[in-house]
Structures are given as structure tokens and as C-alpha cells.
Write a protein that binds this ligand. Structure first.
Ligand code: HEC
Ligand code: HEC
Ligand code: HEC
Ligand code: HEC
Ligand code: HEC
Length: 303
């Protein structure tokens, strides 16, 4: 008798649990559906601008690359796959996860560029409501390996160069800035506005949500501001050195008849990495030098 009663209570409990679960899923689905229908009305679909539209972050964002990422993808010369949207558009995760019937998420329906929610969420516990700590954020998208093999694209190599890895025949060699800069990419690319002497923000402020880095960061932190460590003098020298080495490697690659040998592939990978990094290995000059020197050491094996 007692057992039967217990069984009844248990099954009732289980039953209501299942009903509750279903109701939650239903509610979530409705909410998502509502979000989706709201989110397809305007080009800037996230609604962050309703409250943040007057802030510098929003205005800066509209001026630079991230806000054009979707258009550039769709109008670019490559075959576009839905997976490209994981880095070129916001909302991929949410939409792809729920996969609501009637709301396919693909290159025809996507409306967001790399927008606020690619990097922020009001439900996040991180500083500035970032979806990932600053040091981990940029490298999720800015990497050579975009998982889009076959599309014929070599994506830029800032992450691999900065962290000094993935090259052929060279040991790991992180840029000294990896240690010196807690926020890594953000440190240079979103450098903070420095007030001028009269307390007003200086006109040519750099970074922020345009994500543009410039070389004034080098001296502003008191790092490269001594005569023997002056980057304005050193950078042109680095540049000349790396460009000369690149030319040498390119000549070797151009003259090769067998483009399938491992030596050719390794030499070309290293060359592409340096080239893909803003031209001359800027994000890690010692690593760029080592990569190119390894390529040159393979010269006799490349036929
Ligand atoms: C590519 C990533 C990225 C995108 C896109 C982005 N942010 Fe940010 N945002 C950041 C990072 C990183 C910080 C923290 C900077 C720091 O720690 O110095 C930040 C800081 C902020 C801050 C606080 C500090 C400040 O600069 O005012 C606000 C507000 C903000 N973002 C709003 C926005 C809004 C609104 C959008 C959309 C228009 C947006 N962000 C898009 C990465 C991003
Ligand atoms: C209904 C108004 C509203 C909407 C919509 C809204 N926010 Fe906010 N947000 C706020 C308020 C209020 C704060 C807290 C005050 C502050 O720091 O500006 C805040 C804070 C933030 C911060 C922290 C700023 C800092 O200094 O660290 C970020 C980042 C942010 N919101 C991003 C977003 C993003 C991304 C969206 C869109 C997905 C969004 N917000 C949508 C009102 C809003
Ligand atoms: C969701 C993926 C994603 C994240 C996260 C991301 N980026 Fe980007 N970023 C892109 C894409 C895609 C482009 C190419 C935009 C285009 O079409 O020009 C880009 C372009 C850029 C550019 C060139 C801008 C220009 O005006 O041409 C810089 C610099 C940059 N990102 C820096 C950063 C930094 C720093 C971070 C971290 C705070 C970051 N990005 C995080 C995807 C991302
Ligand atoms: C892992 C993230 C990621 C994926 C996946 C990805 N991209 Fe990108 N893409 C980026 C970033 C970051 C940039 C900006 C820096 C650069 O050029 O590498 C970019 C830049 C580009 C550009 C140059 C934009 C310009 O300013 O002209 C094109 C074109 C492009 N991607 C096409 C594609 C295509 C096509 C796919 C899918 C087959 C794809 N990408 C998948 C991250 C990604
Ligand atoms: C030590 C400072 C510094 C750090 C750290 C840094 N960058 Fe840069 N980055 C620069 C400078 C300076 C440029 C060149 C800007 C120019 O040529 O005007 C640049 C160029 C770029 C470009 C090309 C921009 C364009 O307009 O084509 C991208 C993309 C980029 N960086 C992404 C990153 C990413 C991702 C990280 C982190 C893995 C990173 N950077 C770390 C200073 C830095």
C-alpha cells in the first residue's frame, strides 16, 4: 500500500517535471522566435543602439571594419558558406543552436556584421560584459585557420604571429608583448584615450571601437621612449630587413618546379604567415625573422 502510494507520488512528480520542461522549452522557443522576428526588421538588429547609440563605442564601431564584415563577406570574391558567418556575423551561435523551423540562419538571412553581441552580452560576468576575457576574445576569429579550407582564402595570421606558433621548423616564440600586455590585442588596438593637458580628449585618439592600432602606443606606456629603444627609428629598420628576406624567399618559391615537396610547402607556409601579418611580421619581428630564415635554409632542397 505504502509502496503504491510512493509510486503514485513519484510518477506525479515526474509527470509535472516533464510538463514543466516542455513549457520552458516552449517559452524559450517563443521568446527566441520573437527575438528573431524583431531581429530581422532592421539592419542593426540587436537593439543595443537603442540605449548605447549615443556612446563613443557605437559611433566608432560604425566607422570601421567590424561593421562591414558581413557586406565584405557577401560581396567578396569567394564562395560563401554558412560557417563563414561564425566570424563574419553576430548571432550565428544563437540561431544555429536553436535551428527554428522557418528561420534558417544562412548567408541569405544573416543581417548582422561583427556587431556588439559578438563581443558583449548583458548576461556576462566579465569586465565590460565581454563574452570572453579581453585576452581571449580577438584570437577566436583572427586566426589563419578559419576552418574554411577549400574556399581558397588565406586568412590573416596576427594571432599565430603574435603567439609565435604554427610556423614550420621553428620553435614556439611568443612576442614579448604577450607577457607585457595583459589584454594582448586589446592593449594596442583599443588603446585608451589620453587626455591632453587641458583635460580634453585629444583629437587623434586611436583604437577604441574602431580597433585601429597606431605606433604612438609604443612610446605612450613608457616602454619604447628612450633613445636606444625608440621604435620610430627601429621599425623602419625591421621593416627593411624583413622585406629583404621575404623577397629572397619569394624568389626561391617562384623558381621552384616541384610545388608538392614538403620543403616547398613549409617554406611557403612561413612566407604566407609573415605576409599575412600586416605585411612584414609586425606583430612579432623575431618570429618573422626565424620563419623566413628557416624557409631560406630549405633553399637547396627546393627544386
Ligand atoms: C570585436 C569585439 C567588440 C565589439 C564588436 C564591440 N565591443 Fe565593446 N568592447 C570590446 C572590448 C574588448 C572592450 C574592453 C576594452 C578594454 O578593456 O579596454 C569593450 C568595451 C566596451 C564598453 C565600455 C568601455 C568603452 O569603451 O566605452 C562599452 C560601453 C562597449 N564596449 C559597447 C559596445 C557597443 C555598444 C558595441 C556595438 C556597437 C560594441 N561595444 C562592440 C570589444 C568589442
Ligand atoms: C534598455 C537599454 C539597454 C539595451 C537595449 C542595451 N543596454 Fe547595455 N547597458 C545599459 C545600461 C543601463 C548599462 C549600465 C550603465 C552603463 O555602464 O552604461 C549597460 C551597460 C553595458 C555595458 C558595460 C559598459 C561598461 O562600461 O563596462 C556594455 C558593454 C553593454 N551594456 C553592451 C550592450 C550590448 C552589446 C547590447 C545589445 C546586445 C546592449 N548593451 C543593450 C542599457 C542597455
Ligand atoms: C566574431 C569574430 C571577430 C572577433 C571576436 C574580432 N574580430 Fe576583428 N575582424 C573580424 C572580421 C570578420 C574582420 C574583417 C572585417 C572586414 O570585412 O573588413 C575584422 C577586422 C578587424 C580589423 C581591421 C579593421 C579595419 O577597419 O579594416 C582589426 C584591426 C580587428 N578586426 C581587430 C580586432 C580586435 C583587436 C579584436 C578583439 C578585441 C577583434 N578584432 C575581434 C572578426 C572578428
Ligand atoms: C575563424 C573566423 C573566420 C572564419 C570562419 C571566416 N573568416 Fe573571413 N575573416 C576573418 C577575419 C578575422 C578577417 C579579417 C582579417 C583577415 O583578413 O584575416 C577576415 C577577412 C575576410 C575577407 C577580407 C575582408 C575584406 O576586408 O575584404 C574575406 C573576403 C573573407 N574573410 C572571406 C571569408 C569566407 C568566404 C569565409 C568562409 C568560407 C570566411 N571568411 C570564414 C575571420 C574568419
Ligand atoms: C604591440 C601592439 C599590438 C598588438 C599587441 C597587436 N597589434 Fe595588431 N597591429 C598593431 C599595429 C601597430 C598595426 C599596424 C597598423 C597600421 O599599419 O596602420 C596592426 C595591424 C593589425 C591588423 C591589420 C589592420 C588593418 O587595418 O589591416 C590586424 C587585423 C591586427 N593588427 C590584429 C591584431 C590581433 C588579432 C592581435 C592579437 C593577437 C593584435 N593585432 C595585436 C599593433 C598591435
Amino acid at each position: 500500500m505504502k509502496q503504491a502510494f510512493l509510486f503514485l507520488v513519484l510518477s506525479l512528480l515526474m509527470g509535472s517535471f516533464v510538463v514543466l520542461m516542455l513549457a520552458t522549452i516552449q517559452a524559450e522557443t517563443e521568446e527566441t522566435q520573437q527575438n528573431i522576428s524583431e531581429n530581422t526588421k532592421t539592419p542593426f538588429t540587436e537593439g543595443c543602439n537603442k540605449c548605447h547609440g549615443d556612446e563613443d563605442a557605437y559611433k566608432e564601431w560604425t566607422q570601421a571594419g567590424h561593421s562591414h564584415a558581413l557586406v565584405n563577406l557577401l560581396e567578396g570574391p569567394y564562395e560563401v558558406k554558412t560557417s563563414c558567418l561564425s566570424c563574419h556575423s553576430s548571432g550565428y551561435e544563437t540561431f544555429a543552436e536553436y535551428g527554428i523551423p522557418g528561420h534558417p540562419y544562412n548567408e541569405k538571412t544573416a543581417v548582422n556584421a561583427v556587431a556588439c553581441s559578438s563581443c558583449h552580452s548583458h548576461t556576462s560576468k566579465e569586465e565590460h560584459l565581454l563574452v570572453l576575457p579581453a585576452k581571449k576574445l580577438c584570437v577566436t576569429c583572427h586566426k589563419m585557420d578559419c576552418g574554411c579550407a577549400g574556399a581558397g582564402i588565406v586568412h590573416q595570421s596576427q594571432t599565430e604571429m603574435f603567439l609565435g606558433r604554427e610556423g614550420a621548423g621553428v620553435r614556439r616564440m611568443p612576442s614579448p608583448h604577450v607577457r607585457a600586455m595583459k589584454k594582448r590585442c586589446v592593449h594596442c588596438h583599443m588603446a585608451e584615450v589620453e587626455p591632453s593637458t587641458d583635460g580634453q580628449p585629444i583629437e587623434e585618439k586611436h583604437g577604441g571601437h574602431t580597433f585601429k592600432a597606431d605606433f604612438s602606443t609604443c612610446s605612450s606606456a613608457g616602454c619604447h621612449d628612450t633613445a636606444d629603444n625608440d621604435m620610430t627609428k627601429k621599425l623602419p629598420l625591421y621593416r627593411a630587413e624583413i622585406e629583404a628576406k621575404m623577397k629572397e624567399v619569394k624568389a626561391v618559391l617562384d623558381n621552384a618546379k616541384d610545388k608538392t615537396s614538403q620543403s616547398y610547402i613549409d617554406a611557403k607556409l612561413n612566407y604566407d604567415m609573415v605576409k599575412g601579418d600586416s605585411g612584414y611580421g609586425l606583430h612579432n619581428v623575431p618570429y618573422a625573422r626565424a620563419l623566413l630564415e628557416h624557409s631560406l635554409s630549405l633553399k637547396s632542397e627546393i627544386k
